[in-house]
Design a protein around this ligand. Structure first.
Ligand code: SF4
Length: 458
């Protein structure tokens, strides 16, 4: 076990996550000791592995991170491709630099010198920032907004999943009640957003296509009834699990003008799908994709996860070959989150060791499918301290995904567990969270609506 001792709460986040990134499979615990002489001390096997002494400066945070990084890098013989950046949105710094007129080469040098980010990742962040900016410039940041609708049910719950989705079979008798509450919330949002311009809609979850065709039709009709669409640039429904997709449901999506869907395999290796509890086959993924294509869906995303239990680089290459044979219009490549990976590792001999190589393969595959990276984010405890990257063909990028990352526009969210973010003109962001539990959401919908009113009408 590794202990991270910080003199101030403010140093804990970075010190903990940096230590975890250098020692991905170790148990790392952290605590504050106000009387400690060092800003940060890392104890490994009962001995000091790294320490950052107090040198009396006023704002020591950057030095703490840099010194700690240097000592841990020397001790482990490794470097981290994102350097001392531990936050989830590294591209924000590139977007800010771009807005301030910085040139690419200057940014790459600055990013490397100040945050110890590798040249390759600096270049990736910059290229994504350029593409994001071009897309965000089309949006109305002042009067525009986006809508998120959450359906927290899935056919089965995958073993690596950290969302708060419930199994459809458990909730099936209460889904209509859930939709009643959701439609009440949607009506309030529409009233409170009167005069604003709806730019994107994202129906996610969970798996929205666990709803029956009739339920899906009811939900989308509700959105049609309450929200004017003349400024809509994108309408996404995450079909997600191929075992929830039918011709009837895709017909409903088409009838309601959905422009973008996701059909997510995560991997095209059957042995892995069986281990991670997906309960669907590779053939079902292909059949759902080909059916959607045949029905005219021309913007289909597929999600993959790198580092799934037992997968080798050859498995990933084979998955990518099968994806390229389809091929989708967007590819979102995730690195497995370490908390879950560690659990899988114990259970299933998981493989987080060669994720760097796997994500390079995925990037090459995206290139072969004529896709470019357009959004990027990191998660806490992400395996190997890597990132999740969305790739898209020209004009197929998911605008909502960028908005979530860049926080440039208000996103009003409804449904259990959803979080609304109001973005003010000066950049201030206020949030309102709905309860995660489905029963609580149904019972306390009046309270959720009041909270939302306060957020949107203040
Ligand atoms: S289908 Fe997606 S949201 Fe549902 S349990 Fe699996 S990973 Fe989680």
């Amino acid at each position: 076990m590794i202990q991270v001792i910080c003199r101030d709460e403010a140093y804990i986040y970075n010190a903990y996550h940096m230590t975890k990134a250098f020692y991905p499979s170790a148990e790392v615990v952290s605590r504050v000791e106000e009387k400690a002489s060092n800003y940060v001390t890392v104890i490994l096997d009962g001995k000091t592995a790294a320490s950052v002494p107090d040198e009396g400066e006023k704002e020591p945070k950057r030095r703490i991170d840099t010194v700690l990084y240097g000592q841990l890098a020397e001790r482990t013989g490794r470097t981290l491709s994102w350097g001392i950046l531990m936050g989830v949105r590294p591209v924000k710094l590139a977007v800010k630099s771009l807005d301030e007129g910085m040139a690419k080469e200057e940014f790459i040098r600055w990013f490397g010198e100040n945050y110890l980010v590798s040249k390759e990742k600096s270049e990736l962040a910059w290229n994504i920032a350029v593409r994001e900016k071009a897309l965000l410039d089309k949006l109305d940041a002042k009067d525009g907004y986006s809508l998120y609708v959450g359906i927290p049910f899935c056919p089965t719950v995958c073993t690596y999943c950290s969302f708060s989705s419930g199994e459809w079979s458990f909730w099936k008798d209460r889904i209509d009640e859930y939709l009643d509450a959701l439609c009440r919330e949607l009506r309030l949002i529409a009233e409170a957003s009167d005069g604003k311009r709806l730019n994107t809609v994202y129906v996610g979850g969970g798996t929205p296509t666990t709803l029956s065709g009739a339920q899906l039709d009811r939900l989308l009709s509700c959105i049609d009834l309450y929200f004017p669409k003349e400024h809509l640039l994108e309408y996404t429904v995450e079909a997600g699990r191929p075992d929830s997709i039918t011709r009837e449901k895709l017909t409903v999506l088409k009838e309601h003008g959905i422009t973008r869907i996701s059909i997510n395999p995560q991997t095209m290796q059957q042995k892995t799908l069986d281990v991670i509890g997906r309960k669907h086959t590779v053939e079902e993924v292909k059949a759902a994709f080909l059916l959607a294509r045949d029905m005219g869906f021309d913007n289909i995303n597929m999600d993959l996860i790198m580092g799934l239990p037992g997968e080798t680089i050859e498995d990933v290459k084979d998955t990518l070959r099968q994806i390229e044979d389809l091929p989708p219009d967007n590819l979102t490549v995730h690195s497995l989150a370490i908390k879950r990976a560690a659990k899988m590792e114990r259970q299933d001999g998981g493989n987080a060791g060669c994720i760097g190589q796997m994500i390079e393969e995925a990037a090459r595959s995206a290139g072969r499918m004529e896709m470019s990276p357009y959004y990027l984010y990191r998660q806490k405890n992400i395996a190997g301290n890597f990132e999740n990257v969305g790739y898209a063909k020209a004009d197929k990028a998911g605008i909502y995904n960028i908005l979530i990352m860049e926080e440039k526009q208000t996103i009003v969210a409804c449904g259990a567990g959803s979080v609304s973010k109001r973005v003010y003109p000066d950049g201030l962001i206020k949030r309102s969270e709905n309860v995660k539990d489905v029963s609580q959401y149904i019972e306390r919908i009046g309270e959720m609506i009041e909270r939302k009113k306060q957020l949107l009408c203040d």
